[in-house]
Design a protein around this ligand. Structure first.
Ligand code: BGC
Ligand code: CA
Length: 291
């Protein structure tokens, strides 16, 4: 672990999730947000005080993003909603998808222009019935079909490349991205991760342009060279179901990693907690949505 300056430790006083996912760091407030998809909660944690709060949002809150008006954009089962972070009340529904009872939204991110890119998945995790969508002021449109478990999304620093994960493929697909239009412009390549344990899940990108990918079932996060796809670093965790990661802290050099339990919540141990570790690499801040 060349870049690791410390060992991953659990965030003290932070709640345990059944399926913890999608951490984001908001530098304006010094607050980390994440979701518990199966616990119907959006959690927050103020790093300076260690005070955690939770709001009930659901069903299946799969992703939370900051909106530029101070509210939160949250994907739930088949909807994208704007939520008041103070009390969890729904301000309005931004979009609805019609994919049937067997599908739900999963990971999302705001693109460099403030659109939301959000994917769906087969809850049975078997069939390619999911899609990837873009939402902006013109409405919701599908930009990719035949996805099974839509997962990690990240952009290169200049926004011209979008990294994307459909978990069962066990790879990261590298798309050319048209920032002006909000459209995928063809596949540039793939990073094959099938030699690593687990399946790729959530993803962030550091300030040097290297994607960091959590391996669900693999108990680790990988750092990938974007030029040749080589895994140049990995952080191992004492929890098997590592779901996603984001950089935060005052200097953006702390990596926060969400994890899931085996979904029964029966096990004791570190599964389901958020971990943090200090690195000597700086991350990037998530884009805000503009709705
Ligand atoms: C999904 C889980 C899935 C996992 C691994 C997560 O993003 O929410 O349901 O098991 O990815 O593919
Ligand atoms: Ca995920």
């Amino acid at each position: 672990m060349a870049s690791g300056l410390s060992k991953p430790v659990t965030l003290s006083n932070a709640p345990r999730s059944i399926l913890g996912e999608g951490p984001i760091w908001l530098p304006d407030t010094g607050v980390l947000y994440w979701v518990d998809i199966l616990g119907d909660r959006v959690h927050s944690y103020r790093l300076s005080s260690g005070v955690a709060e939770s709001i009930k949002v659901g069903p299946y809150p799969s992703c939370v993003m900051p909106n530029d008006d101070g509210n939160l954009v949250v994907t739930v089962k088949d909807r994208v909603i704007l939520v008041n972070p103070r009390d969890g009340s729904v301000i309005r529904t931004l979009a609805t998808v019609n994919e049937g009872a067997g599908n739900r939204f999963n990971d999302c991110k705001c693109d460099p222009m403030g659109r939301l890119v959000a994917g769906t998945m087969d809850m049975g995790e078997r069939n390619p019935t999911g899609s990837l969508y873009i939402l902006d002021s013109a409405g919701l449109r599908k930009i990719l079909g035949s996805v099974t478990i839509s997962n990690g999304i990240a952009w290169s620093g200049d926004g011209s490349v979008m990294y994307y994960i459909d978990s069962p493929t066990r790879r990261v697909t590298v798309f050319k991205y048209s920032k002006g239009e909000g459209a995928l412009d063809g596949v540039i390549g793939y990073f094959d991760l099938s030699s690593f344990p687990g399946v790729p899940d959530g993803m962030t990108i550091d300030s040097e342009g290297y994607p960091w990918v959590a391996l669900y079932g693999g108990g680790r996060v990988l750092r990938i060279n974007p030029v040749n796809g080589n895994v140049v670093d990995q952080v191992e965790l004492p929890a098997q179901f590592t779901t996603s990661c984001t950089f935060g802290g005052v200097d953006l050099k702390t990596l926060f990693i969400t994890t899931a339990t085996d979904r029964s919540r029966q096990t004791s141990g570190p599964d389901g907690y958020v971990f943090s570790l200090n690195l000597n690499i700086k991350g990037t801040v998530v884009n805000k949505c503009r709705f």
